[in-house]
Design a protein around this ligand. Structure first.
Ligand SMILES: C[S@@+](CC[C@H](N)C(=O)[O-])C[C@H]1O[C@@H](n2cnc3c(N)ncnc32)[C@H](O)[C@@H]1O
Length: 266
């Protein structure tokens, strides 16, 4: 895998909050807003020219995208920066009730929680992946399995149903997906278990199989943790994301959507 040097796809942990791509992106928007406001006020004061709001929003986005490019944020941040002020202006022009914005904000907050810090957003795997993982699990004995970052719990619930003799656990940092998982356990009377917390504080030695569907940013630290804690002969599985410079023991491919499952025997 190519090592990526742009922030937002960085392979090492950022040292301070300001090095987090989301925090930098916010700072560049605030800076661009201040500059555009200053120029707009200057144009009014000196030439009596008032600036169109949409044009100002466009220039704010353009400026923020330029700052982000200069500071080497990942390419997707450039598009986000460019369109953010325009989308904001459009949303305001709809004149929706403020409560709707508050509800949207709260829903996203409880769904994504510390994604700005972990750089591992929520997106679920599907049934083709669950089937492939089920086939990769040791078949002859009862196992202890954990999905680190279990999202809505789909994989853990599915495997718990297939393998009633084994223990399936999910750990999830964001409150909303965790709550949905717990409700699903209750409604389906599953034997799966869900913890709310950060997998980085978990001891991997307690598990025979650790499954991860995270992001490229998380993989180097995950490998260090797995190497330090997982017992010999146990399995580390990663859906879609490789560990840089560590050759997997096995690769299962292709799945329906051509993403692969990488498998390392410790
Ligand atoms: C790509 S989703 C995968 C969801 C699930 N494993 C699946 O296959 O459907 C990644 C999940 O990891 C969670 N997450 C990110 N960092 C985490 C951490 N340090 N500890 C626990 N969960 C984390 C996110 O909140 C998100 O729900």
């Amino acid at each position: 895998m190519n090592s990526v040097r742009r922030f937002g796809a960085k392979l090492t942990s950022p040292e301070s909050v300001f090095h987090l791509p989301a925090v930098q992106a916010l700072f560049y928007q605030i800076l661009s807003f201040s500059l555009v406001l200053l120029i707009a006020r200057g144009l009014v004061a000196i030439f009596d020219i008032s600036v169109n709001l949409w044009l100002a929003a466009f220039f704010q986005g353009l400026l923020a995208a330029c700052f982000s490019c200069w500071r080497k944020l990942a390419s997707w941040w450039l598009a986000i920066q460019l369109f953010f002020p325009l989308v904001l202006l459009f949303a305001l022009s709809l004149q929706l009730p403020p409560m709707l914005f508050m509800l949207g904000f709260l829903a996203l907050l409880f769904l994504y929680w510390t994604t700005f810090r972990t750089q591992v957003p929520f997106y679920p795997s599907g049934s083709a992946t669950w089937q492939a993982v089920a086939e990769l699990l040791p078949q002859e004995l009862a196992i202890r399995f954990i999905d680190i970052g279990s999202g809505l719990g789909g994989l853990t619930l599915n495997l718990a149903e297939r393998r009633p003799e084994s223990e399936f656990t999910g750990i999830e940092i964001a409150p909303l997906p965790w709550l949905v998982s717990v409700l699903r356990v209750f409604l389906t009377r599953s034997r799966a278990r869900f913890k709310r917390g950060d997998y980085r504080h978990l001891d991997f030695a307690a598990y025979d199989v650790v499954f991860a569907y995270l992001s490229p940013v998380a993989m180097p630290a995950l490998w260090e943790k797995a190497r330090a804690e997982m017992r010999a002969g146990t399995l580390l599985l990663s859906y879609e994301f490789l560990i840089p410079d560590v050759v997997p023991t096995m690769v299962i491919a292709p799945l329906v959507n051509h993403r692969q499952i990488y498998c390392w025997r410790m």
